[in-house]
Design a protein around this ligand. Structure first.
Ligand SMILES: Cc1ncc(COP(=O)(O)O)c(C=O)c1O
Length: 394
């Protein structure tokens, strides 16, 4: 049996490309202020996680360029050995201070942050308990660990309790949940999850990839939003969204962070965040702290869009954040909807199974503080047209 046989038999992507509705790996040649050029077409970008619109901020770009002048383009190694810049340490110190936790640790991607944190903590005699809709990087972190993995139904507290009851008392337990779910844009009920964790002596880790810079009075994420910051043991975030960079971090107690730092394979056996990106994140952290008006603008745009979609009759699920899913149904209908949007000058994301359940394919939209209101009105008009044409709204 040729191990490549599965590749030769794989034709789904090729068929979609030939028929002209392939929505993935789109070549972007320009990005600025919520607009992009994709395949020679200028589009309004509502498929990005650049929530605060900082990727093209001139102050951010300037510090990234300066860092390259001083440190070069790459760290050329792991933080463990030759790739640990004073900038990485400065960033960790400032993140810990911002998040009101003892210590922080930065990784080269958000994906690696979950991989490296969960696999370091969950050993042979431990159990990790996650939501059924947990992000893939959480699932993969569990797979990389040697412990048992248990899952509970999405945001279902009774089911979480049932799973907790099935865990042996003498085993270490870690519950991991997204703070904001990346596809549905809904929130985990953190106060209730905290309560259950305490009852069963489990530790709690929250992936706040979509929340830091976005949620909470000071932008510290869902734990701040729900006023449970002292009850969440580890908060994780990525730098690829509000922070306009690449990488990720955890914050927690000093001893736990120090342990992870010395045993986490995705941290130790991978090169560190490059200088320009660390400098970028240092600047965007400063902006997140000092310019709350950007968060306010993001929420104004997001609430405008959520109200707009709802009043047109679209199903936006349980979203209460700048991630607004538009439920379409079947995968093929979603591809065709995506294609019509693109042709009309709007770029969003087509999300099909297994990222969501079969029959619940969606167009995932997300918003930026730098989106123009006139562009957003245009997006709503285009959605209304296509939605009516396709019989999704009436
Ligand atoms: C909830 C969540 N966690 C982790 C990640 C991984 O982050 P990154 O893409 O920055 O590696 C993502 C990004 O898609 C995410 O949405």
């Amino acid at each position: 049996m040729d191990i490549f046989q599965k590749c030769f038999a794989f034709d789904r992507a090729m068929i979609a490309k030939k028929e002209g509705y392939y929505p993935y790996f789109s070549p972007i040649s320009f990005n600025k202020h919520g607009r992009s050029i994709i395949g020679n077409r200028e589009v309004i970008m509502i498929g990005s996680n650049n929530y605060l619109g900082l990727t093209d901020n001139l102050r951010v770009i300037a510090v990234a360029k300066d860092a390259i002048d001083v440190y070069g383009s790459s760290c050329s190694g792991s933080r463990f050995l030759n790739g640990n810049l004073d900038l990485h340490l400065e960033l960790e110190e400032k993140l810990a201070k911002f998040m009101n936790k003892e210590a922080a640790l930065v990784f080269s991607t958000g994906y690696q942050t979950n991989l490296g944190t969960i696999s370091a903590l969950v050993g042979r005699n431990d159990i990790v308990i996650i939501d059924k809709d947990a992000h893939a990087s959480i699932v993969d972190g569990c797979r990389l660990s040697f412990g048992d993995l248990k899952r509970y139904k999405h945001n279902d507290l009774d089911d979480l309790r049932r799973v907790m009851q099935s865990c042996e008392e003498d085993k270490g337990k870690l519950v991991v949940t997204d703070g904001v779910f990346s596809m549905g844009g809904d929130l985990a009920p953190l106060p209730e999850i905290v309560k259950i964790c305490k009852e069963y002596s489990a530790r709690l880790m929250v992936d706040d990839a979509h929340s830091i810079g976005v949620m909470g009075k000071n932008g510290r994420g869902t734990a701040e939003h729900f006023d449970v910051e002292n009850d969440v043991d580890i908060i994780m975030c990525t730098f690829s969204k509000s922070f306009a960079g690449l990488g990720g971090f955890i914050v927690g107690s000093k001893q736990v962070v120090e342990y992870i730092q010395h045993v986490s394979r995705p941290l130790i056996f991978s090169a560190s965040m490059p200088p320009a990106v660390v400098a970028t994140v240092l600047k965007t952290l400063e902006i997140i702290i000092n310019e709350p008006e950007r968060r306010e603008k993001l929420w104004n745009i997001s609430n405008f869009m959520l109200d707009g979609f709802k009043s047109l009759g679209f199903n936006t699920g349980n979203s209460v954040t700048p991630i607004i899913p538009i439920e379409i149904g079947e995968d093929m209908d979603c591809f065709y909807f995506w294609h019509d949007l693109y042709k009309a000058g709007v770029f969003a994301n087509a999300v099909i199974s297994p990222a969501v359940q079969q029959g619940q394919a969606m167009i995932r939209t997300s918003y930026m503080a730098t989106h123009e209101k006139s562009d957003m009105e245009k997006v709503l008009e285009i959605f209304a047209d296509i939605g009516k044409k396709k019989g999704i709204i009436h």
